[in-house]
Design a protein around this ligand. Structure first.
Ligand code: ADP
Ligand code: ADP
Length: 235
């Protein structure tokens, strides 16, 4: 069963007296455990699609089913709850809270999971900082970390809630090519080892070639679906 199902989703934005069509009739089923790239040029609708899958934004029409739950027509509070328990988000600009340490940033979304004790939260923080190789930097604030290290903190934060789905919007866009590749390799290793579903957007060919599934998007429409086997894309 698909972990994410997007059915006939369209999204229009009002911009002054203009109607901007960001997505038109997009349908997509994402299988659990995939490492999927949404690839397309700037302005093609990648962020809009990720934000809709991530329950940060709602479609103008169509349905979104996340882990068996139809999230269409839910209230903002209900969406926040689905998000907190199911989805981890990684942003292009890292979006860490500047006054908090790396450890506190990872702990932050765990505060919403009321069933976790303080000791359990701290255990998770310790574990996920270790997973991303930042145990020694637990008490550093974001401005004391490099871009790649900041993105590692964001990855730990996305995983700490035991998200089934990690969504990453252009996670390498603000990193140099070598650091970007290492971030993708880290995400790939976590995907292989934990089975967590990863969906990331990119306009970088090298980054999209690290995926095992590809969704090509142009002008708000899906133009191709690809699957990689033996280093070859099949469309
Ligand atoms: P991408 O992530 O591929 O760069 P986006 O999803 O950000 O694409 O944008 C798709 C289209 O929707 C673009 O034309 C963009 O200008 C427009 N758009 C995105 N967000 C808004 C918004 N909040 N208001 C108006 N137009 C928007
Ligand atoms: P605030 O309530 O301060 O506006 P949020 O609760 O929206 O902030 O987000 C708190 C922190 O968690 C921010 O750093 C934000 O980037 C991050 N964040 C927001 N949504 C998610 C998500 N779905 N998964 C992981 N982190 C998120």
């Amino acid at each position: 069963m698909a972990i994410v199902r997007v059915e006939n989703v369209s999204k229009h934005y009002r911009l002054g007296d203009q109607d901007v069509k960001a997505l038109t009739n997009v349908s997509l089923a994402i299988e659990p455990g995939v490492f999927l790239a949404i690839a397309g040029p700037s302005g093609s609708g990648k962020s809009t699609l990720l934000n809709i899958i991530g329950c940060i934004d709602t479609p103008t029409s169509g349905r979104v089913i996340i882990d068996g739950h139809d999230v269409s027509g839910r209230t903002p509070d209900q969406l926040a709850d689905v998000r907190a328990r199911t989805i981890g988000f990684i942003f292009q600009t890292f979006n860490l809270l500047p006054v908090l340490s790396a450890a506190e940033n990872v702990e932050y979304p765990l505060l919403q999971l009321k069933e976790l004790s303080k000791a359990e939260r701290q255990e998770r923080v310790k574990h996920y900082l270790e997973v991303v190789g930042l145990s020694k930097y637990a008490s550093h604030r974001p401005n004391q970390l490099s871009g790649g290290q900041r993105q590692r903190v964001a990855i730990a934060r996305a995983l700490a809630t035991h998200s089934k789905i990690v969504l990453a919007d252009e996670p390498t866009a603000n990193l140099d090519s070598k650091t970007g590749t290492s971030i993708l390799k880290l995400m790939q290793r976590i995907n292989r080892e934990s089975g967590t579903t990863f969906v990331f957007s990119t306009h970088d060919r090298k980054v999209m070639n690290m995926a095992d599934r590809l969704v090509r998007i142009a002008d708000g429409e899906i133009t191709a679906l690809g699957m990689r086997s033996d280093d070859q894309w099949m469309f």
